[in-house]
Design a protein around this ligand. Sequence first.
Ligand SMILES: Nc1ncnc2c1ncn2[C@@H]1O[C@H](COP(=O)(O)OP(=O)(O)OP(=O)(O)O)[C@@H](O)[C@H]1O
Length: 240
Amino acid sequence: MTESLLEIESLDVGYGEGVVVHDLSLNIDVGGSLALLGRNGAGKSTLMLAIAGHLAPRKGRLRFGGKEITTMPPHLRSRMGVGWVPQGREVFAPLTVQENLRIAETPGAWTIDRVYELFPKLKERRANFGNQLSGGEQQMLAIGRALVTNPRLLLLDEPLEGLAPVVAQDVARCITEITQGENMAVILIEQHAGFALRLAQHAIILERGVAVRSGPSMTVAQDRDALEQFVGIRKPVRAA
Ligand SMILES: Nc1ncnc2c1ncn2[C@@H]1O[C@H](COP(=O)(O)OP(=O)(O)OP(=O)(O)O)[C@@H](O)[C@H]1O
């Protein structure tokens, strides 16, 4: 039997007086996965910020692990198991790789050593400071830092953005590895829609903050009209 992990009900969220995401509802099961697709400015990061607790909803409710978290601050959500890898990575520049990981570490299956096994480059760079890393290494560190909190839900905001193709492939392979066989749910925002749809079981397409399509990734991947109209993809997309 599946068990709900995150339930979002009729969420409105935005900045100041402006509402960006409108009346959005979604459900993710324990260990489930969801791709958030849509053009630039569609509201994907805004939705993720609301899930992580950095934006307060104007309307609607969020529940996590059966508990109401609608007004819960980010650090408490993190403690409950919401791990967030923000767009732009935000690694701590004055700290070394090892220190970045150590301050986030909480007991669980994901340890610093396990992160080093996943990303051997990070082990090589463990004494380097955050600002002495390449874009790919920063992304690995941002993912590793979220993993060592042992989240029940991992939020990934455009993890492949700005990476050279060969590095992006490497990070994509690691993300796939992380999500397989773990009891960790994932929400992925990604411009590489093919990768997102192959990785996630379900997908939502946002257009101006409204969910215009949602369903199993296979179904969304076959909806070529919607992908062209709302995501800007003309080529066929292969899912699963
Ligand atoms: N801090 C902010 N203050 C005011 N408006 C914002 C802020 N951040 C984003 N917005 C606006 O909210 C809308 C949605 O932005 P959001 O970043 O959620 O889109 P997105 O789908 O994640 O796109 P992208 O791929 O470009 O990040 C945009 O119109 C954007 O200009």
